[in-house]
Design a protein around this ligand. Structure first.
Ligand code: RB5
Length: 145
């Protein structure tokens, strides 16, 4: 696994810090795209640079945290080649890797607790894309709209 990009706005700052420490302890190389304090900031300012780094292959995948995870997901998915998935449960985290080959996970820090967030992240990172032809075909059609 290559570098893991991580970022948040103020709403996700505390959870982002916790997840970054968790990932470092697990041996991942983590690249932090901010924010650097709980001061109010705009989630697209974090999501766009992170999404560009993942789309360019500089980071293997990304994790974005805001209050709901929704704004981060909307912003990240504007970048061609990014398939960002908002996950609030472990089943979705597993299936979005197996079926959608999601390369960015978004989380709502005001929706999920830290324990569940850790399990979602661990599941997302541990699950490979199935590589099935039907899933590859469907993913291809996302970019061909
Ligand atoms: C910030 O209050 C909040 O709007 C943001 O963290 C996020 O939930 C947006 O989608």
């Amino acid at each position: 696994m290559g570098k893991i990009a991580i970022g948040s706005d103020h709403g996700g700052f505390e959870l982002k810090q916790m997840l970054a420490e968790h990932l470092k302890k697990e041996g991942y190389e983590v690249v932090d795209f901010g924010c650097d304090s709980p001061a109010s900031c705009d989630y697209p300012d974090i999501a766009h640079p992170l999404a560009k780094a993942v789309a360019a292959g500089e980071c293997a995948c990304g994790i974005l945290v805001c209050g709901t995870g929704i704004g981060m997901c909307m912003a990240a998915n504007k970048e061609p080649g990014i398939r960002a998935a908002l996950c609030g449960d472990v089943y979705s985290a597993k299936l979005t890797r197996e079926h959608n080959d999601a390369n960015v996970l978004t989380l709502g820090a005001r929706v999920v607790g830290p324990g569940l967030a850790e399990m979602i992240v661990d599941t997302f990172l541990a699950t490979p894309f199935s590589g099935d032809e039907r899933h590859m075909r469907r993913i291809g059609k996302i970019e061909q709209r």
